[in-house]
Design a protein around this ligand. Structure first.
Ligand code: 13P
Length: 255
């Protein structure tokens, strides 16, 4: 089977004002070799407050815009929430759903994550569905059980043809922001289990996230199961982010 098209997404988390975001986009545009876009999809997920500035700074480029979350609802009395139609206004094409930092701080649960995935699909946004186990679950050998349970719940009741167009991301919580990623072999094995758990996910793009950086990206992306990366810290440096995109391009060339 030919490789699925890689996707490299930068999750800026709660970093960048609108003004500094526009500067970072300009740096990223300058750092990524234009020929990369023939083989790799590249997505930037700034904070909501920078979506407009980033959308403007992306004009005429082949980079895509993503959001870090999306409400399960369209409109209504949901203070502080942002809905899919609001995101679409800026040309947003992707939304991260179920990031562990939202599952943790915002007490986001499996049912709501499923509703957010449905809201994305209803409005033509591509969800990037994040799953991952804690350090304690990892140490207890519960990784596969935990991650497959999360991914099944996220896509519950969604037909496989729709799942194929979605993106999933395996982000072990213990690796996020730690400086140390999972091993390429273990990450690939977890992603293989995720694919087996959800009809349609075999054809969907599945990313790895958790301390992916230029130093380890080549080895992670060389795994055929790993279709790209959801990058936190390293996405805030244009040079590091561009180097990861370059590793994705090389992985395609080598396959
Ligand atoms: P880091 O790359 O900083 O570990 O963050 C990963 C992540 O949480 C991306 O969503």
């Amino acid at each position: 089977m030919s490789r699925r098209r890689p996707l490299i997404a930068g999750n800026w988390k709660m970093h960048q004002t609108a003004a500094s975001a526009a500067v970072l986009v300009a740096q990223i545009r300058a750092a990524i070799a234009p020929e990369s876009y023939a083989d790799v999809d590249v997505v930037l997920c700034p904070p909501y407050t920078a979506l407009s500035a980033v959308a403007q700074a992306l004009t005429g480029s082949e980079l895509s815009l993503g959001a870090q979350d999306v409400s399960a609802h369209e409109w209504g009395a949901y203070t502080a929430q942002i809905s899919a139609p609001m995101l679409l206004e800026f040309g947003t094409r992707y939304a991260i759903v179920g990031h562990s930092e939202c599952r943790g701080y915002a007490r986001l649960g499996d049912d709501e994550i499923n509703a957010k995935v449905r809201a994305c699909l209803q409005h033509g946004l591509t969800p990037i569905v994040a799953v991952g186990e804690t350090h304690a679950e990892h140490a207890a050998g519960q990784t596969i059980e935990r991650v497959t349970s999360q991914i099944r719940a996220a896509f519950a009741g969604i037909e496989s043809a729709a799942v194929e167009g979605c993106v999933a991301a395996y982000e072990p919580i213990w690796a996020i922001g730690s400086g140390t990623s999972d091993t390429p072999e273990e990450a690939a094995a977890v992603i293989a289990a995720m694919r087996a758990a959800v009809p349609g996910l075999a054809r969907a793009r599945c990313l790895y996230g958790g301390s992916m950086k230029p130093e380890n990206a080549a080895a992670l992306l060389a795994q055929p199961e790993i279709d790209g990366g959801l990058i936190g810290g390293a996405s805030l440096s244009a040079q590091s982010f561009a180097q990861i995109v370059e590793h994705a391009r090389k992985a395609v060339a080598a396959s």
